[in-house]
Design a protein around this ligand. Structure first.
Ligand code: H2U
Ligand code: ZN
Length: 348
């Protein structure tokens, strides 16, 4: 028997951020693939779609009409999942049937007036305006007493259940600290107490040394495939130095964030020459009035595609019942993404 190594042998990897484990089966990626790999036919979208509820000047279902906006635009979701005026209350029947009322605010952000754009097709200056909007919204919502956590996210592509191709994202601000954030609080806090530095500052320094999972970097930010990635081409953007939230970024650093957002999404689009679907979102420190010196902001990208524009990874069977699993390694995925041209395929 040869000595254990993570390139050839089945193993589990630890997610230092969440404290969870994932099964990696690298030997299986040598398995032959017999399914089809077809190129997706992408529809040409118009710059303005009169039936789109996110395009400038159009009416929304809630009754309001969008202004003739020229860069970004934010509005309260007409079908908000969380409402600010829900009464406080709880139910607890025998420690078995428990419920608690929840309050919050949900917003929709349009990234651009152009219906036909996506982030990787926008200019960095335009994406910087999206980052500025995130900052303004984070600052405003964070001031509200009952808002303790703000989730900024983007759900892209119909495969992700996104209802509209117009480039947009959402913000859900809540009283509760959501479960994924609680896990990251516990692990980041424990690491900070033990080492006196943020977990992700040490992690990103180690990745920059090793280079195997790095996709790109600029002065402030790094894009990488995390060691513990679950999705085939899961990615993360994070600053090299700890920042608890977006408001700690200077103007130049915000631009570096926009630049890295574009760089990573261009890589994604170029992989299968298709507008690459994903759910992405920024994890920031809670806005509960407390001190969170251990928090290091980062943006997760969870894209489902595995092999082509149409073959996605299914989280089924063992993964639903026991543990997430992957075949191609994080290192292999990083190598593939790094080898792609840096210019968007539509401009080749
Ligand atoms: P998706 O990112 O899931 O496609 O969401 C778009 C959001 O836009 C969705 O949450 C909201 C939906 O509630 N929406 C409005 O607020 N007004 C409308 O007129 C239609 C959709
Ligand atoms: Zn539109």
């Amino acid at each position: 028997m040869s000595e254990f190594n993570i390139i050839d042998h089945p193993h589990r990897r630890y997610n230092a951020l969440t404290g969870e484990w994932i099964l990696v089966s690298p030997h299986r990626s040598k398995r032959p693939w017999q399914g089809q790999v077809e190129k997706a036919q992408e529809e040409q979208r118009p710059q303005y779609d009169p039936t789109c509820y996110l395009c400038p000047t159009n009416p929304r279902v809630g009754g309001d009409s969008n202004p003739d906006y020229k860069s970004t635009f934010v509005f309260t979701n007409d079908f908000s999942a969380l409402l600010s005026d829900t009464p406080n209350g709880a139910m607890n029947d025998s420690d078995l049937l428990k419920a608690e009322s929840e309050q919050g605010i949900c917003k929709v952000i349009c990234f651009s007036p152009r219906h036909d754009f996506t982030v990787p097709e926008m200019e960095v200056d335009g994406i910087k305006e999206v980052v500025d909007l995130w900052c303004n919204e984070f600052a405003e919502l964070g001031k509200i007493d009952f808002i303790n956590y703000i989730q900024i996210f983007e759900n892209k592509g119909s495969i992700m259940g996104c209802s509209n191709p117009h480039p947009h994202g959402q913000i859900w601000a809540s009283k509760l600290i959501p479960i994924e954030i609680s896990k990251e609080i516990d692990n980041q806090k424990a690491y900070f107490e033990k080492h006196g530095r943020t977990l992700l500052e040490d992690y990103v320094a180690k990745e920059l040394q090793l280079k195997t999972r790095i996709l790109a970097e600029n002065d402030t930010f790094v894009a990488l495939i995390p060691f513990w990635a679950v999705w085939p081409f899961e990615g993360m953007i994070l600053p090299k130095k700890a920042k608890a939230n977006l408001l700690e970024l200077t103007d130049a650093e915000r631009r570096d964030f926009a630049d890295m957002y574009k760089t990573l999404t261009v890589m994604y689009d170029n992989l299968f020459e298709v507008s690459f679907p994903y759910s992405a979102g920024i994890h920031q420190a809670p806005t509960d009035g407390g001190e969170h010196p251990y928090w290091h902001l980062h943006m997760h990208f969870y894209p489902p595609l595995l092999r082509s524009a149409s073959v996605k990874k299914f989280m089924v069977g063992y993964e639903m019942l026991a543990s997430p699993q992957r075949d191609i390694t994080a290192e292999g995925a990083a190598e593939r993404l790094r080898s792609l041209p840096t210019v968007h395929y539509k401009h080749h």
